[in-house]
Design a protein around this ligand. Structure first.
Ligand SMILES: Nc1ncnc2c1ncn2[C@@H]1O[C@H](COP(=O)(O)OP(=O)(O)OP(=O)(O)O)[C@@H](O)[C@H]1O
Ligand SMILES: N[C@@H](CCO)C(=O)O
Length: 296
């Protein structure tokens, strides 16, 4: 067993938007909306306090996602925590396509690593991605900026790409939720080769557009790989993506939806696009990813 490096940590973890069009399970970008969590070692037991998003819905016992990820991380790095007091102040909306589950997992993993005196690294990403099932959101939440994620056998890998300052996101968040697990169930096991080729070109272009030339974002965010199949789950989201794109605004479904991600120049949407039913919010790109500080 490793000795505890600290007795408590404060963790700040960003939301993220995944896929960015055709980069299904491969591209993510961290966003400037953050959950704040405190992990304090206590003599025994588990105490979980949650405020903000999801407070009335998430369990406050061993089933809590942050607790599960934290415990798995502690086991991996070899630290034993006798008891835990966890405080979560959540700002990331749940089940809206803004990476709330990845943020919760990354926060738990980062805290577990910090208790062993370690920073989040490739083994932390591996654990977080195993929990989430894919690494696009998790890599973005862990390392900030734009993430390119891929798998090598059963290993999850990712690199961080610096976003261009002209990438200015607006998220359009509807009131209703949509579960990622449910809409992954709508995806086919095979797609036409033509659509795969379309996705390869678009997702490669997305990396260039996000890092070097935002004027190419409209083409880059076009998708045939997941959005058409998931449309029955969120028809209003699909309509809004189409209206924005018809008005020349780069837009895609954020993650598994139902939030819409728009990347208009200067973060300003044309007033003629009807966004009724969605709360539009301009957000920064988070550049640093998860942050961990000792509890004072
Ligand atoms: N901060 C959190 N604390 C505890 N559980 C959470 C937290 N955030 C998310 N969850 C759990 O994860 C579920 C949402 O996960 P889901 O993968 O469906 O959506 P998402 O992560 O918000 O969106 P997406 O994966 O499309 O970006 C919530 O309903 C809740 O059960
Ligand atoms: N790539 C994932 C992101 C949401 O978790 C999906 O679209 O299902």
């Amino acid at each position: 067993m490793t000795a505890l490096a600290v007795r408590g940590v404060r963790v700040t973890v960003p939301a993220s938007t995944a896929n960015l069009g055709s980069g299904f399970d491969a591209l993510g970008m961290a966003l400037g909306v953050h959950d704040e969590l405190e992990f304090a070692v206590v003599d025994g037991g588990l105490e979980v306090e949650v405020s903000g998003e999801g407070a009335s819905a998430v369990p406050t016992d061993e089933r809590h996602l942050v607790v599960r990820a934290f415990r798995a991380a502690c086991e991996l790095v070899g630290v034993e925590v006798p008891g835990l007091r966890l405080t979560c102040r959540n700002a990331i909306p749940h089940a809206r396509g803004l990476g709330s589950s990845a943020a919760a997992i990354v926060a738990g993993v980062a805290a577990g690593f910090a208790f062993a005196g370690r920073e989040s690294d490739t083994s932390a990403l591996q654990l977080a991605a195993e929990f989430e099932g894919h690494a696009d959101n998790a890599a973005a939440a862990m390392f900030g900026g734009v993430a390119i994620a891929w798998t090598q056998g059963d290993r999850f890998r990712a690199v961080r790409v610096e976003p261009h300052p002209g990438v200015t996101p607006v998220v359009l968040v509807p009131a209703e939720e949509s579960s990622t697990r449910t809409t992954r169930g709508l995806l086919p096991s095979k797609v036409p080769h033509e659509d795969a080729a379309f996705a390869a070109g678009r997702s490669a272009l997305a990396v260039h557009a996000l890092s070097s030339d935002p004027s190419l974002l409209l083409d880059a965010l076009d998708d045939r790989l997941h959005e058409p199949y998931r449309e029955p789950a969120w028809p209003a989201t699909t309509r809004l993506v189409r209206s924005l794109r018809a008005a020349g605004v780069a837009a895609a479904v954020s993650g598994a939806g139902p939030t819409v991600l728009a990347l208009p120049p200067d973060g300003v949407l044309p007033p003629r696009v009807d966004t009724a039913g969605f709360q539009a919010r301009r957000v920064a790109v988070d550049l640093g990813g998860v942050r961990v500080a000792p509890l004072g």
